[in-house]
Design a protein around this ligand. Structure first.
Ligand code: NAP
Length: 212
């Protein structure tokens, strides 16, 4: 891992067929072997909301140099729609099991599968720092992920690193998604993908790369 000159790393990209993930896979795929993963797409089937499926997929894939997540679902809905409820009983908790716990479980499974010095890169989003109407659940999930990344970085063994990328809404996002970010300047997915390269090929850990 110390010398990447001419060496194609094995990089798992969860969500490689998505709006963000396609750009990430293309950017990293220029220099590395990409193993794509998703619930219904990719080289490997893995559901972030199912811890066992994450562990099974990582056990199958063999040694990796980097694990990247460009996946995870969050619900955008008015706060008024949310009622006190346990996990799984209300829409505002869906992001907890998918985007938050799913990516954390992926990071924990990756810890045991990565080569020494390998990296983990998760995806958060701009709503943590720049709230939007209907974005409270997304803000909660993104903030929690960023806290996890900063803290896990100081405990990971074997020189492993962990970072997050927090993109603005993407140029390629659907009109429906862009409409809930009024006045935000969308960024191209290819620009957001560069932040994943900073995480995978750089040396920093515990960072949140903001692509605003
Ligand atoms: N789009 C934006 O403007 C934007 C901006 C900032 C942050 N983000 C964040 O970026 C991430 C990806 O967003 P996106 O817009 O690219 O999503 P997307 O276009 O809907 O693509 C999602 C990708 O993830 C996979 N996926 C979905 N659920 C999964 C699960 N439970 N387990 C494993 N894989 C799963 C999908 O493949 P399968 O269907 O085969 O599972 C697909 O490859 C999300 O966390 C989102 O919050 C997006």
């Amino acid at each position: 891992m110390a010398d990447k000159q001419g060496v194609r790393w094995r990089v798992l990209v969860v969500g490689a067929t998505g709006t963000l993930g396609r750009a990430v896979a293309a950017e990293l795929g220029a220099r590395h072997e990409i193993i794509s993963a998703g619930r219904t797409s990719g080289d490997l089937r893995l559901d972030l909301s199912d811890a066992a499926s994450i562990c099974d997929a990582l056990a199958q894939v063999g040694k990796l140099d980097a694990v990247v997540s460009a996946a995870g679902h969050v619900e955008f809905a008015p706060l008024a729609d949310f009622q006190p409820a346990g996990i799984g009983e209300s829409r505002h908790t869906l992001g907890l099991t998918s985007k938050l716990l799913g990516q954390i479980n992926l990071a924990l499974a990756a810890r045991d599968q990565l080569r020494d010095g390998g990296s983990i890169t998760l995806t958060t989003g701009i709503t943590f720092e720049h709230p939007i109407a209907g974005g409270s659940s997304a803000s909660m999930v993104n903030g929690a992920l960023e806290g996890f990344v900063r803290s896990a970085a100081i405990e990971l063994p074997r020189g492993l690193r962990i970072n997050a990328v927090s993109p603005n809404v993407l140029v390629e996002a659907s009109p429906a998604i862009r409409a809930i970010f009024p006045g935000f300047e969308p960024v191209p997915a290819a620009r957001a993908a560069l932040a994943f390269t900073r995480s995978v090929e750089g040396r920093q850990t515990g960072q949140v790369y903001r692509v605003f």
